[in-house]
Ligand binder design. Structure first.
Ligand SMILES: Cc1cc2nc3c(=O)[nH]c(=O)nc-3n(C[C@H](O)[C@H](O)[C@H](O)COP(=O)(O)O)c2cc1C
Length: 357
C-alpha cells in the first residue's frame, strides 16, 4: 500500500484548498480530536452509541470502514457494508471481514469497561448480545483511543522477551496463531515477497485506480469524507487531487515503494504474521479480533504497528509465502511490523449517523 515514498515530491504550498474559515491543519486537527478520545462509562447509562463509537475506532483496510451497526435492546450487530469493498486489493473480502473483527473486538473490550459482557455469534457479520458483568476498565480499553497504524521508520531496537510474550498471547486465540519473526535473516528474506507484491500490485492499473479512489490528497478531502487514506497519515505532503493523481499515474513506481518498505521493515523490531486455521469469513473475522487485541496490547506497551500485507494480498504469492513460513494447512491472513517509533497524524472516522442503520 502507498506509503511515505510516493507523494514526497509534491510539497503542499497551497495546492489543496481548505474552503473553510479555519486555517490549514486546524480543520483536520479539530476533526481528529473529535474522533479520538477515551470514553467514560462511569457516567450515564445509555452506552450503546458510545460503544459503537469505540468500535469505529478500529482499523480497516484503506480506512474504508466497511461496517454498519444495528443497535437493538440488549444487542449490537456489526454487519458488512459491501458497498465499501475493495475488489482489487481484497478480491476475496478477507480484509473486509478482518476489519469487522477489529471493530467487534473494540466493541467487546469497551462493553467490559461499561460493565457488560458481550456474547458473540457470527453469521455474515456478528451479533453481540450483552449481559451485566463486572466493570473492567483494562489497559486494552484505554488503548482504543490511542492505537494507530504508524507508517513510518521505527528506531531499529530489539524487543524484550517479556514484551514479545505479551504480544504473542494477545494475538492468539482458538483459531488464530501469531508468528513473531525477529531473526534478522528471516526478516531479510521476507523482503523479496514484499518487492514481488509491490510489482504485482503497482503494475496493475485497476489496483492503482482503486488506491487512488481511496486516497485523500488533502485536508478538505479527508475532512469531507472522513474515510480513506489521508496523505499525511502516511508521511506524505498535501496536494490537489489533480496533481496527486498525475503523480500516481506517471511517476509512482514499485521500486521506490519497495525502497521505503525495506527501510521501514529493517527499522522494525520484528514481524508478526497472523494465520487462521481455515479460509473463510468467520476465520478472517477471528483473525481481526486477534490482531486488534495485539495492536491494543502493543499500544498499551508504547509499541507501534503497521501492516505490510502484500504477501497475503497478492493471490499467487500466498501459497509460496505460507510454505516459506513453514505452515501446513493454515492460511496467512495478516502481516504486521512492530517496533518503537514516533506518532503519525491520526486518521478520521465517519460520524455515527452514517454507520448506525
Ligand atoms: C485488514 C486490514 C488490512 C490493512 N492493510 C494495510 C496495508 O497493507 N498497508 C497499510 O499501510 N495499511 C494497511 N491497513 C491499515 C489501514 O490503512 C488503517 O487501519 C486505516 O487507514 C485507518 O488508520 P488507523 O488504523 O491509523 O486508524 C490495513 C488495515 C486492516 C484492518
Amino acid at each position: 500500500m502507498l506509503q511515505a515514498a510516493c507523494l514526497g515530491g509534491l510539497v503542499a504550498s497551497g495546492l489543496g484548498s481548505t474552503g473553510c474559515s479555519l486555517k490549514r491543519g486546524q480543520q483536520y486537527e479539530a476533526a481528529a480530536e473529535e474522533t479520538w478520545h477515551e470514553s467514560d462509562f462511569t457516567k450515564g447509562s445509555d452506552f450503546y452509541r458510545e460503544l459503537v463509537r469505540c468500535a469505529t475506532l478500529a482499523p480497516s483496510s484503506h480506512n474504508t470502514q466497511p461496517w454498519t451497526f444495528k443497535v437493538q435492546p440488549g444487542a449490537i450487530s456489526v454487519l458488512p457494508d459491501y458497498s465499501r469493498r475493495c475488489p482489487q486489493v481484497d478480491p476475496d473480502d478477507h480484509h473486509l471481514f478482518v476489519s469487522l473483527g477489529c471493530a467487534a473486538e473494540n466493541l467487546s473490550i469497551a462493553a467490559s469497561a461499561a460493565g457488560l459482557h458481550g456474547r458473540v455469534s457470527f453469521q455474515d457479520g456478528c451479533r453481540m448480545e450483552f449481559e451485566p458483568a463486572i466493570r473492567e476498565s483494562t489497559a486494552l480499553f484505554h488503548a482504543i483511543a490511542h492505537r494507530q497504524c504508524s507508517r513510518c521508520e521505527y528506531d531499529g531496537m530489539q524487543m524484550g522477551t517479556a514484551e514479545l510474550k505479551l504480544l504473542e498471547e494477545s494475538g492468539t486465540s482458538d483459531s488464530v496463531n501469531v508468528l513473531l519473526l525477529t531473526d534478522r535473516r528471516k526478516v531479510e528474506s521476507l523482503l523479496e515477497f514484499v518487492a514481488q507484491g509491490n510489482r504485482a500490485q503497482m503494475g496493475n492499473r485497476a489496483w492503482m485506480q482503486e488506491l487512488e479512489h481511496w486516497i485523500r490528497f488533502n485536508e478538505t478531502e479527508a475532512v469531507d469524507s472522513r474515510d480513506g487514506l489521508y496523505s499525511r497519515t502516511s508521511g506524505n505532503s498535501e496536494t490537489s487531487r489533480f496533481l496527486g493523481s498525475l503523480y500516481l499515474r506517471v511517476t509512482m513506481a514499485a521500486a521506490s515503494q519497495t525502497k521505503t518498505d525495506v527501510r521501514n521493515i529493517r527499522s522494525s523490531a520484528g514481524i508478526a504474521v497472523f494465520t487462521s486455521e481455515a479460509n473463510n469469513p468467520r476465520n478472517w473475522f477471528e483473525a481481526g479480533r486477534a490482531y486488534e487485541r495485539f495492536a491494543l496490547q502493543a499500544t498499551a506497551l508504547g509499541i507501534r504497528t503497521a501492516f505490510i500485507n502484500q504477501p497475503v494480498e497478492v493471490l499467487n504469492l500466498r501459497p509460496q509465502f505460507a510454505s516459506w513460513l513453514g505452515i501446513v494447512g493454515r492460511r496467512p491472513v495478516l502481516v504486521v511490523r512492530f517496533g518503537h517509533g514516533p506518532a503519525m497524524p491520526r486518521s478520521l472516522r465517519r460520524p455515527l449517523a452514517q454507520v448506525i442503520a
